[in-house]
Write a protein that binds this ligand. Sequence first.
Ligand SMILES: [Zn+2]
Length: 268
Amino acid sequence: MYEGRTGMESGKIMGHENMGKVIEIRNAVTQIKVGDMVCLPFNIGCGHCQNCESDFTGYCLKMNPGFAGAAYGFAGMGPYSGGQAEYLRVPFGDFNCLKLPEDASEKENDYVMLSDIFLTGYHATELAGVKPRDSVVVYGAGPVGLMAAHSAIIKGASKVMVVDNHKDRLKLAEEFGAIAIDFSKAPAIDQILELIDGKGADRGCECVGYQCCDKHGVEHSNITMNELVMTVKAAGSIGVVGVFVPKDPKSKDKLQKVGHMDFDVGNF
Ligand SMILES: [Zn+2]
């Protein structure tokens, strides 16, 4: 979006870090009060469509007609402004606000993680079905990948490997107990398979998306997905939270231009 590769309109307010004090409510809001400190998940749900009632609030059928899913300040996710702003309008306030406890102001930096990053990383481990004693490989050591790795450790994973080439990010992963896989030094697949006796990890999480790059910094949208297949064992499971877009006209890859990728389905 920052690079002009999406349909994001100029001037739109971005941001999924939605947290603050309620300063005004309208008549239909009964549970949230003025003065409450709240955090807002970045997805916007109506709370009463078929998907919201099935707990798939990230795929609400009502808030962004014609598309399953709405979000604050995001391309293609409806007309809603994002949270990097002084004020933010919250639709269906009772449903979308998470009321925070007394220590909300004191622990802002912790609670704001509930708006997107921590939950998105955690969700990757839920989709992958991470369980105690599992070995887990996480592609991407950005904020979401680090939170996925942290979540896997919280869930009792025996070995968590994080793949990236940014040394500062990999250092953070190591600080909370993950194993850094720096693909600028050697192919990630070789490093991972050596660590888990050549069989592949039990679970894998994709936390990069379509802008994943090779060691030369060249984008290939299929790298992480194909490497997941090669480094997660047969009958293992994977969770994908990286963003893959329906079209990317400015990509140099002709498949990626139309939202396709060269996925190694034969090995999947
Ligand atoms: Zn809904």
